[in-house]
Design a protein around this ligand. Structure first.
Ligand SMILES: [Zn+2]
Length: 338
């Protein structure tokens, strides 16, 4: 997982060697005043910290005063202080920031945790994929979206169950093509205040899928209609991933969010609270076929180290440590004393 970023040397311009390296770490007094450097100025590629921490503030405020007060407290405490190691980058003659310590709340709707988890899945996929590709060098990948009609948010849990049962019936059809698949449930907020749960499935298919065993969209649609036992024609989407393209990015993308941040943040509070009640203890994704073996790691509980991203190798020791605290009113992390 890549979590080291080149420091923005312009932010420390007065403290640079002529070759561009950062010459010293800002002093303690510099760190505590209001103009202490922000994380995003020192390391622009760490901007997602600001973005997601601000999203989580919104989420937490929606939980305040509800039966989920405890979630509000946990999300409020999440990733308030970040410790980064200063790692010399020999190639570029500069320092990089690398996250060393942080505390995560692991509430499902926390956007910081969702983001860190998505990086973790990407790292896990990155490790697993070479073996899949070596064992199935000619396999191809499809990205299939299966939808059903929207439901009231109060029926979300039942609708997700129906989707999952329908998918299970689909996989039992005789000509169901994939050798392996990863299925995720996504929920979007409908314009009329309803909910739109649907499935994203990354499928690995044999090369013959694009020959004698081709399945047209019309056939997929008929199969899905039968599996879901509905009397209307459901909307589906089937995309083939180009033979030369890796499914890695897509794989990481579909396990990223069960619901996109904006759909939660801008939902009315009642929708959001009901959503939280409904998705409790529903499974976010499932593996099938040979993916059950190759991506076994996906089902393992995450460790704090994985959320931090401590699995890199071949790096030198840290030459210092920088701490950043969340400034809620500014929506920025700024350097602080530990
Ligand atoms: Zn969190």
């Amino acid at each position: 997982m890549v979590t080291t970023h080149k420091l923005n040397n312009r932010a420390l311009a007065s403290e640079k060697f002529s070759d561009g390296r950062v010459s010293r770490i800002p002093s303690q007094s510099e760190k505590t005043n209001s103009s202490s450097p922000s994380l995003r100025d020192l390391s622009p590629r760490d901007l997602p910290w600001d973005t997601h921490r601000a999203e989580s503030d919104q989420i937490a405020s929606n939980y305040k005063g509800s039966e989920f007060e405890r979630y509000a407290e946990r999300i409020d405490d999440c990733s308030q202080l970040l410790a980064f190691g200063l790692v010399p980058n020999v190639d570029e003659g500069a320092y990089q920031l690398k996250l060393r310590t942080a505390r995560f709340c692991r509430v499902r709707t926390c956007m910081v945790c969702a983001w860190r988890r998505s990086l973790m899945y990407k790292a896990r996929a990155y490790k697993a994929l070479p073996k899949v590709i070596a064992d199935f060098p000619t396999a191809r990948y499809l990205f299939v979206t299966l939808t059903l009609k929207n439901c009231p948010v109060g029926e979300l849990r039942e609708s997700i169950l129906h989707l999952n049962r329908s998918f299970s019936r689909l996989t039992k059809l005789r000509h169901f093509p994939p050798i392996g698949f990863l299925k995720t449930v996504e929920v979007t907020r409908g314009r009329r205040g309803d909910a739109h749960p649907h499935l994203h499935v990354l499928m690995m298919v044999p090369p013959s899928y694009f020959g004698v065993n081709y399945v047209s969209k019309k056939e997929w649609c008929a199969w899905w209609k039968r599996a879901a036992k509905v009397d209307y024609t459901p909307i589906i989407d089937v995309k083939a991933i180009k033979a030369q393209n890796s499914p890695l990015g897509l794989l990481a993308e579909i396990v990223k969010y069960q619901t996109k941040p904006n759909d939660l943040i801008f939902a009315d509070r009642e929708w959001f609270l009901e959503y939280t009640r409904q998705i409790r203890s529903t499974k976010a994704f499932a593996l099938g076929g040979v993916f059950k073996d190759y991506f076994k790691e996906f089902e393992r509980e995450e460790t704090t180290d994985e959320l931090i991203g401590n699995d890199e190798t071949g790096e030198g020791p840290d030459e210092g440590e920088l701490y950043f605290g969340w400034r809620r009113s500014e929506k920025k992390y700024r350097m602080v004393d530990n």
